[in-house]
Design a protein around this ligand. Sequence first.
Ligand code: GLN
Length: 488
Amino acid sequence: MSQAPIERRGVAALAAGLAAGEFSAVELARHFLARIEASGLNAFIDVQPELTLAQARAADDRLAAGERGPLLGVPLAHKDIFVTRGWRSTAGSRMLADYRSPFDAAVVERLAAAGAVCLGKTNCDEFAMGSANENSHFGPVRNPWDTAAIAGGSSGGSAAAVAAGLAPLATGTDTGGSVRQPASMCGITGIKPTYGRASRFGMIAYASSLDQAGAMGRSAADCAVLLGAMAGFDARDATSLDRPAEDFGRAIGSPVEGLRIGLPREYFGEGLAPDVRRAIDKAIAALRAVGAVTVDISLARTGLAIPAYYVIAPAEASSNLSRFDGVRYGHRAAEPADLLDLYERSRAEGFGAEVKRRILVGTYVLSHGYYDAYYLQAQKLRRLIADDFRAAFAAVDVIAAPVSPTVAWDLGERVDDPVRNYLADAFTLPASLAGLPGLSMPVGFGERGRPVGLQLIGRWFDEARLLGVAGRFQQDTDWHLRHPGESA
Ligand code: GLN
């Protein structure tokens, strides 16, 4: 049927090829394993071909028995923040460099049950803290569109893997933008669902009130399939949403006539690079051309997202990361003089600079006397930011905005400037603080041929609509089908 090379086919085409016997799950897995081996992007932390091939053989047995499923035999990669049996589970940290989990994360378990074949664990910022994938103990990920550029973070390995055709799909996590931002910088599609859609069980915790698993793929259709298999209630996660299963791809192919798209003025002001702005404006014009209506809106508290997030996230991180003490979990320092020395050196050696910085900030804002001034204040801002969205969604159906103020920057360019990294999160943090679903889709290229993504933010539980709008856009455009190495 399709003559496209295997690594460029969509998930439905891969499932069809498997069903028709064009290739086996083992052959498919071998194809991608060979591409991973040859890639040189540092997108993976752990690859274990024997484990992958064992899963592929099991999928082939199920296919041979007549079973069919949208992901049965389809390979994918997991961000190395989901614990997995077999593969290492490192969270990009020296602290867990050799950690092997005795169980699978809920998301991993669900995808394995659906017959998806795990290709390995993708590189990420340490404990998912970062916007450039340069905070990984295992080294930075390179952007397949320009290997001098960052891949974005923290799910940079997943984004680079999908963009380079090393995996058709990948899981990611998004606490403040880590699915959307690397998706944008690597020219792929990624969706962070409503907070609580996918179980956090077995997802190594960063900031629990924000952490959410998401789906990364080339197209909206592929993301819908992956998200559908990831989402669902799980009693092991206290904030898991108990909602009926849905087909997240159900609106793909529907018209967008009359759809009201809000354009928040705070996202289009100073700070948005002109090359990004041009690509975003063209994409919005394309949606208008097929019948969507744009409405200028204001989300007045947008500017408070960075200060609120960079209090709340470190506060929660400082608490979550206290378990890594060399006794209960994590790297243990050699030959400790006494217990205190064991704690101190294990943590000093195990954590990288950015993680330490956040533990210090988090401990500070939670400490007596500062809790009210910082942490409680940030929680109030968080509520106001959510209120802005609630009010806006009375008048519009989706919100369109940039994902990142600039295209991917150069590797090394900002490593010594944490605040500059934090500022780059300005457009992704608000939806995270409000728990809203957000999607990034490729809409063109900016400076030096580096990809630009458009963000769509939806009402709570409105993932299907976001994917529908992206799917409509992808009907008429081919940005999502471009492949690095070809002329843009
Ligand atoms: N860049 C943000 C941070 O460093 C978001 C990371 C994320 O979503 N995991 O915290």
